[in-house]
Design a protein around this ligand. Structure first.
Ligand code: CTP
Ligand code: MG
Length: 282
């Protein structure tokens, strides 16, 4: 079995400074809610719950650092908040600067992948601990993919068997991630920036290992994704309630069984005593 990542030496960076333009008007995406809980809180919770991460550094919207720090205060010293930048890549780079020196594994996790199961986070961290210096979770591509030219004409069908859709958290040996960001610099325009950190590592020529992703680690990008997230969250909440109800039922059944046994025992003792009494009387 792979060694588990040490929480003391593993940190997570959460880029959460985006505006969420594709989600439509409203608060920055990380502060919008799923089931009345902010997206960012869901994401930090799944990192905190995985048992591998000792520190989470959040890159917040630059004008909202104090509010985000207050929102995440219940997590205590596990979470630090810094101001994000004008691109995702820049936000990650700024958060990386705030990761303490003694951390040697860094996970980078989009706040927008709010409902990522903690087991997926643990699997990524453990794969890095096992010796893979860059690890990404991926899923097969379900749709047929076409290449199209500027005149809206198909130029070819891409062999999807070699393609994968990429998720986060992406896990890295800290030194490799730092080198990748230092080499890439800090583009201020999203069109010139990398959309994920593994891309920067690939640019260095370093290998990137894939592990199986999870459908519920999808990124909330559009209003439809928010509907999907609400449905996933409602199902999880109902499952948790059912489990708790079943536990309460078990506890109640156990208590009732105990009472019945005690009543029977008490009645048995009483009968025995009465029988004995009759015997004595006779
Ligand atoms: N992000 C960031 N800093 C930026 C831009 C994005 O930290 N300057 C974060 C987002 O908050 C999000 C993650 O990077 O958690 C993935 O980006 P994306 O899904 O594109 O989010 P937004 O940029 O907020 O959305 P949009 O592109 O629709 O505006
Ligand atoms: Mg964006």
């Amino acid at each position: 079995m792979n060694p588990a990542a040490s929480p003391a030496r593993t940190a997570a960076i959460v880029p959460a400074a985006g505006r969420g333009e594709r989600l439509g008007p409203g608060a920055p995406k990380a502060l919008r809610s799923i089931g009345d809980i902010p997206i960012l809180v869901h994401a930090v919770r799944s990192l905190a719950d995985c048992g591998r991460v000792g520190l989470v550094v959040v890159a917040a919207p630059p004008d909202g650092v104090a509010g985000v720090a207050e929102l995440l205060a219940p997590f205590g010293a596990t979470v630090r908040v810094v101001a994000g930048g004008s691109t995702r890549q820049h936000s990650v780079s700024l958060a990386l600067d705030a990761v303490p020196e003694d951390v040697d594994v860094v996970l980078v996790h989009d706040a927008a992948r709010a409902l990522t199961p903690p087991d997926l986070v643990a699997a990524v961290a453990d794969a890095v601990a096992a010796g893979h210096d860059a690890v990404i979770p991926v899923l097969p591509v379900a749709d047929t993919i076409k290449a199209v030219d500027a005149a809206s004409t198909v130029t070819g069908t891409v062999d999807r068997s070699t393609l994968r859709a990429v998720q986060t958290p992406q896990g890295f040996r800290r030194s490799l991630l730092a080198k990748a960001h230092a080499t890439a610099g800090t583009p201020t325009d999203e069109s010139a920036a990398a959309t994920d950190d593994a891309g920067l590592v690939e640019s260095l020529g370093s290998p990137v290992r894939v592990i199986p992703g999870h459908p519920e680690a999808f990124k909330v990008t559009t209003p439809f994704d928010l509907i999907l997230a609400e449905a996933v969250w409602a199902r999880r909440t109902a499952e948790t309630k059912n489990t708790l109800d079943a536990k309460n039922d078990d506890a109640q059944n156990a208590a009732e069984t105990k009472n019945t046994v005690e009543t029977k025992n008490a009645a048995g003792t009483k009968n025995t005593v009465e029988t004995d009494t009759r015997k004595t009387d006779a």
